[in-house]
Design a protein around this ligand. Structure first.
Ligand code: ZN
Length: 115
């Protein structure tokens, strides 16, 4: 199924193959320092989310907004913002989502709406 997802840049340990996002300098699984950039499919599903109504300093103008955890097809879970932010308590868990872009160090995903 083609979703139009962009590939998501992550870090991968060359020795044990673990993926990390955001990137790391050494592997938390085996201690190796041989970390390379890898790209994952960018397709995943909404694992959980919360709505930020009282934001931290610097984000005042963005509230309310949704912060989500997306579980990628490859099994890695990444923190994310939602590009088509519906700010709703009615988001269904396990709804498909795809990676849009990495902006300001944050992974942005779009919920794939069923038609
Ligand atoms: Zn490793």
């Amino acid at each position: 199924m083609a979703t139009g997802a962009e590939q998501i840049p992550v870090a991968r340990c060359q020795d044990c193959g673990h993926y990390f996002a955001p990137p790391v300098y050494s592997c938390a699984a085996c201690g190796s320092g041989r970390i390379i950039e890898a790209h994952l499919s960018g397709r995943g599903k909404l694992a959980t989310y919360t709505i930020i109504r009282v934001p931290p300093l610097g984000f005042e103008g963005q509230a309310p907004y949704t912060v989500a955890i997306i579980e990628l097809e490859e099994g890695l879970k990444v923190p994310a913002r939602l590009d088509n932010d519906p700010v709703s308590n009615d988001l269904e868990l396990f709804t498909p989502a795809h990676f849009v872009a990495r902006r300001d160090g944050v992974y942005w995903f779009q919920i794939v709406t069923q038609r």
